[in-house]
Design a protein around this ligand. Structure first.
Ligand code: FES
Length: 159
C-alpha cells in the first residue's frame, strides 16, 4: 500500500490539541467529583478511551478523559471535551447529537485512515451518559436513544 503525503496531513488544530490536550485527567483524585463514567476500546487498533462526566440538571458541566490512543484520538477527544464544556456545559440530549464528523470539522479534518480514532471519545461519552443514567434511576431515561456512532469506514486506500 502506497501512502501519499496528503493522506497524512494533520491540521494546525489537530497538532495544537495533540500537543496540549484539553481536559485530560491528570489526577486520579479528581474522579470522585464525576457522576458518569465510560470506557471503550477501538476494535480496529486495540486502543482504549476512558471518560468521566459531571452532570447537573441534565447538563454536562465538566468532563475529563484519558486514553491509550494515538495522536488523532487525543486531538479528537480534546476537541470533543471543549465542545462539551465551552458554553458552560451542554444538555445531555445535545451532547448525544455530536458526531465524529462534527469533531473532525472543528479540527479541520483528519487523515482518512485515522477517522476511526475520531469516534473513540464520542463512544466513551455515550457510555458515560448511559452510566450516569443507570446510577440516577430517578431521572427520565434517554438511554434508548443512545447509539454508538460508527465511524464511516475509509474509502478505498490508494495502492
Ligand atoms: Fe487507535 Fe487511533 S490508532 S485510536
Amino acid at each position: 500500500m502506497k501512502m501519499e503525503g496528503q493522506d497524512w496531513f494533520y491540521s494546525k488544530k489537530v497538532k495544537e490539541h495533540f500537543l496540549k490536550p484539553k481536559n485530560i485527567l491528570k489526577n486520579e483524585k479528581e474522579i470522585k467529583k464525576f457522576n458518569g463514567y465510560g470506557k471503550v476500546g477501538n476494535m480496529k487498533c486495540g486502543d482504549i478511551m476512558e471518560m468521566w462526566i459531571k452532570v447537573e440538571n441534565e447538563k454536562i458541566i465538566d468532563c475529563k478523559w484519558k486514553t491509550f490512543g494515538c495522536a488523532s484520538a487525543i486531538a479528537s477527544t480534546s476537541m470533543l471535551s471543549v465542545m462539551l464544556t465551552e458554553k458552560k456545559g451542554i444538555k445531555l440530549t445535545d451532547a448525544l447529537k455530536i458526531t465524529g464528523n462534527d469533531i473532525m470539522k472543528r479540527l479541520g479534518g483528519l487523515p482518512q485512515i485515522k477517522i476511526h480514532c475520531s469516534v473513540l471519545g464520542d463512544q466513551a461519552l455515550r457510555e458515560a451518559i448511559k452510566n450516569y443514567e443507570k446510577n440516577n434511576s430517578t431521572i427520565p431515561k434517554i438511554d434508548k436513544k443512545i447509539k454508538l456512532n460508527k465511524p464511516k469506514l475509509e474509502t478505498k486506500l490508494k495502492k
